[in-house]
Design a binder for this molecule. Structure first.
Ligand code: PSU
Length: 305
């Protein structure tokens, strides 16, 4: 039985020529944004990666195969599918065995990117320690994945619906480097600053690429989290977004939402409560992350030569 991993023609060609590649996740498409904005954003993000000189590899599970790179038809099918499973580390193998359509979270995308030989991955915001985790134990598998899989993940921090101080503490305990790009603060997804200091500050894509390769040489397992603040023009100030997050959290609690449903529920309610402004910000920050990820992938390719 061979590893069920297939490349789109564009990604296969990039692998053949050694061109830089950026992995992209698919849970953001199926569970993070409504249709049709999810499809439009997925296309724009792929184009942003190309414009910045790299090749996009959107990752998803379909028909028993890990797809690294989706054809335009497959991307459209995924964006319109209502029944896609949200797949993390625990679910990948069974999802493939059953031939289900699986949208990969940050954790699962890291695993697939690593198998596909892709070093860099861009997303919106990683999962983390949920508020009230001392009661619920709800901690995203994304954090443990960063501790064990060698992929550099570019995100606008962790989603601000989370307990950010506990998320940073957990990353520190797990030995995950958190590199804040051109900022002294850890970003908070829709806002440029969480008010928490950057564990590490970096100022160039090349520094990030060098650190990625050095970790390999040092024999350190695990990846890096790059915190790239949302562009100033697109940010929603914390004073505006915080009460909305609180309202959405109260509703989630009242409705008894738990486990994998929490993040999609909160993102959906915040979208409604901000009249769509949270989605505009989310799109802007993902595009910003895609550009930086392409620059990092390009620098890693050059450093390897
Ligand atoms: N970034 C976004 N929107 C999203 C996600 C990331 O801008 O919806 C997804 C990622 O796939 C991430 C997941 O892994 O949310 C976190 O889910 P959970 O909190 O259940 O681990």
């Amino acid at each position: 039985m061979t590893l069920p991993l297939i490349f789109s023609p564009e990604v296969a060609e990039a692998k053949r020529t050694g061109a830089p590649i950026v992995a992209l996740e698919s849970t953001i498409i199926t569970h993070g944004m409504p249709y049709p904005q999810n499809l439009e954003t997925a296309r724009l993000v792929e184009q942003q990666v190309r414009d910045a000189g790299a090749v996009p590899a959107t990752i998803a599970l379909m028909d028993g195969q890990i797809h690294a790179g989706l054809t335009p038809e497959a991307l459209e099918k995924l964006a319109q599918s209502n029944g896609a499973h949200k797949v993390s580390r625990a679910d990948i193998a069974v999802c493939l065995a059953k031939g289900w359509t699986g949208a990969t979270t940050v954790a699962a995308t890291m695993i697939c990117a690593n198998l596909a030989g892709i070093d860099v991955f861009a997303t919106g915001g990683i999962g983390g320690v949920h508020r009230g985790a001392e009661e619920t134990f709800d901690i995203s598998a994304d954090l443990m994945e960063l501790a064990q899989t060698s992929v550099t993940v570019v995100a606008a921090g962790a989603k601000a619906i989370l307990d950010l101080p506990k998320t940073l503490e957990t990353l520190e305990t797990q030995g995950v480097p958190v590199l804040c790009y051109q900022s002294d603060d850890f970003p908070a997804f829709w806002s440029r600053s969480s008010g928490l200091p950057a564990p590490l500050r970096v100022d160039t894509a090349s520094e990030i690429g060098q650190a990625h390769l050095l970790r390999g040489q040092l024999g350190l397992p695990g990846g890096q989290l790059v915190g790239n603040p949302i562009p100033e023009t697109a940010e929603i100030p914390t004073e505006t977004i915080n009460p909305i997050i609180q309202a959405a959290l109260s509703e989630a609690e009242a409705a008894g939402v738990s486990a994998k449903e929490v993040t999609p529920f909160l993102l959906g309610r915040i979208f409604e409560l901000t009249d769509g402004k949270s989605l505009d910000a989310n799109i802007a920050l993902v595009l910003n992350n895609a550009r930086l990820a392409a620059e990092i992938a390009t620098s890693i390719t050059a450093l390897r030569e």
